[in-house]
Design a protein around this ligand. Structure first.
Ligand SMILES: [Zn+2]
Ligand SMILES: [Zn+2]
Length: 402
């Protein structure tokens, strides 16, 4: 029942403040959603911070003050993401033709470093308080403020997750996870306050302060990693890779795909390139039309700018097909993460060249020389006149450890 009311509140806010809620791909609508989430989060966090700060100071509890500062750090991240969403929505200009959407990651990085700073100063204060405990008073006001805080954070978690899913924003989904963690930390502070009252052990307050500080530090560190990674450039999500490959393979005549690369210039600003294998016998004009259609398909449906490279595949030569399936099987036995493409057999007077590209996962730890020797040997076993030329390539879609 409660969650139903919470969802109702979320829907109401969306209806009131978002003009075209059903087109979240539109950068302006996306920015409106982002702004709404940031402003609502900011107002809630500032109110929670004020309430706890007053109670913590009145009753001399470092744990509650720490929890208040946790909300303040959340409020500051709301402000920074508000600025981030605004800058990210800026249209491309002459200096930045790829848009400004990476500002969202930069904003997140600034926030996470701030959170780390707050965490360290709290840790210092709480350790002092745990070593030299001062009396903590108890009031029902404390309980009331903490219970309200737990309920508000529960709702905020659902609210941020809902909007984060609508506009697929990592930032908001991270905020939702952060709100859920806040529920746990505030609940722990509440339990400590009650225990403090029941047992009279004032040291509990300082210890709980240390706990909350460590919690703030851990979440801050996680956020640093989350925002740094897309700035450095990371593998695209498995869902996106599968979607792109399935879409291309769905076109008639497409025999295979490989060498997919996705470049990310911030949410909603992705570029990709992929090699598409088509029968060599096909008319090149037809093949080009097909490729143009696929590119347009991605632009229209996924707002994704894809450049496609054309690889002709000889389908009439049975020897190529046989060798391809043997090599694929051999590679699968050596390491399922390996793959090959662009296999060609070029006969000459003295020997026959066998050429192909061998794809290694990024960060491949195996012995490359040994791998090449094994493949060369295997090919010689198929036919002693074969001379193989293997090009090693790195994959840009999946990390080696996955
Ligand atoms: Zn290729
Ligand atoms: Zn073209």
């Amino acid at each position: 029942m409660r969650s139903l009311k919470g969802a109702f509140m979320t829907q109401l806010l969306i209806r009131l403040f978002i003009r075209r809620p059903n087109s979240p791909q539109d950068p302006r609508v996306r920015a409106a959603y982002g702004n709404l989430a940031s402003v609502v989060g900011m107002v809630c966090n500032i109110l929670l911070c004020l309430g706890k700060f007053v109670v913590g100071t009145l009753f001399g509890s470092i744990a509650i003050t720490a929890d208040a500062l946790n909300n303040l750090s959340d409020a500051s991240s709301n402000i920074v993401s508000l600025v981030g969403f605004k800058l990210a929505a800026k249209a491309p200009d002459a200096e930045h033709p790829y848009g400004h959407a990476r500002f969202e990651y930069l904003a997140g990085l600034v926030v996470s470093v701030t959170i780390l700073g707050i965490g360290f100063s709290l840790l210092k204060e709480s350790v002092t308080k745990a070593l030299h405990p001062t009396p903590v008073q108890f009031g029902w006001l404390t309980v009331a403020v903490l219970v309200v805080s737990i309920l508000v954070k529960l709702w905020m978690s659902g609210f941020n997750r809902a909007i984060g899913r609508i506009i697929s924003s990592e930032t908001l989904i991270a905020t939702a996870a952060d709100s859920r963690n806040d529920v746990l930390s505030t609940a722990a502070v509440l339990v400590a306050a009650i225990l403090c009252r029941v047992t009279g052990w004032d040291v509990l307050d300082g210890l709980m302060g240390v706990g909350v500080a460590v919690f703030i530090l851990i979440s801050g560190w996680g956020l640093v990693m989350d925002t740094l990674s897309p700035l450095l450039g990371e593998s695209p999500s498995e869902d996106l890779v599968e979607h792109i490959e399935q879409t291309v393979m769905g076109y008639p005549g497409v025999l295979g795909v490989h060498d997919l690369m996705v470049h990310d210039y911030g949410p909603g600003h992705q570029f990709a390139s992929i090699h598409v294998e088509l029968p060599a016998e096909q008319d090149p004009l037809e093949a080009h039309d097909l490729i143009d259609n696929i590119e347009r398909d991605f632009m229209k449906h996924d707002h994704l700018m894809v450049t496609i490279h054309y690889d002709p595949i000889v389908t009439s030569d049975a020897a190529v097909g046989v060798l391809r399936s043997r090599l694929t099987e051999k590679l699968r036995q050596l390491d399922p993460a390996l793959s090959l493409h662009d296999l060609r057999i070029v006969p000459g007077k003295t020997h026959t060249n066998v050429l192909f590209d061998l794809v290694l996962p990024a960060g491949y730890a195996g012995d490359k020389v040994e791998l090449l020797t094994q493949m060369e040997q295997f090919i010689k076993e198929q036919d002693p006149t074969y001379n193989c030329i293997i090009k090693l390539e790195q994959s840009y879609t999946a990390a080696a450890h996955k």
